[in-house]
Design a protein around this ligand. Sequence first.
Ligand code: FE2
Length: 193
Amino acid sequence: MTDIAPLRDFVVAMTQLVGSTTDERTLLAEARPLLARLIANDRWLPEAWAAPRSDRYAQHLLHCDPLERFSVVSFVWGPGQRTPVHDHTVWGLVGVLRGAERCDEYTAQQQPTGRSHVMRQGDIEAVSPTVGDWHRVSSARDDGLSVSIHVYGANIGAVRRHRLDDAGRVLDFVSGYDSPSVPNLWDRSKAAA
Ligand code: FE2
């Protein structure tokens, strides 16, 4: 049984933050330490939201703000799994909870910059049309799973955004979610008892 409190605390703090400002720079700056605290340990993540898919990377919804001002998603990567080159169209923060991920950077014109970097447990980076929005993310492990926790400034699974196909054409896509449900943040019966 996991203790979901760190995720609940993060959701509460993010709800307060998106209620206090819509300024992207402030949101990215103030959400970063909240995400750092969330990914400082991985014991809160329920098993079902850390489950991989055999055919591709998995993305599980952990929480969506009722006003869709932000969403929290766990991404699970098996060896060799990777995203297409894609954008987000909204602000986002990516924090590595387990394992490691490789990020290949692209320009706003969808050209490879030739730069890539590896993110390891505890690392956080930002995306947005302002700070850089196009990339490809892949597992940086030859064995085992990697898990990252993402927070975006929208209900990201329902946002119409863009990816490149194998021929380099820009296509629309809506990512959706693999999880049919979200974790129960609100059973405080133990603490109440
Ligand atoms: Fe991304």
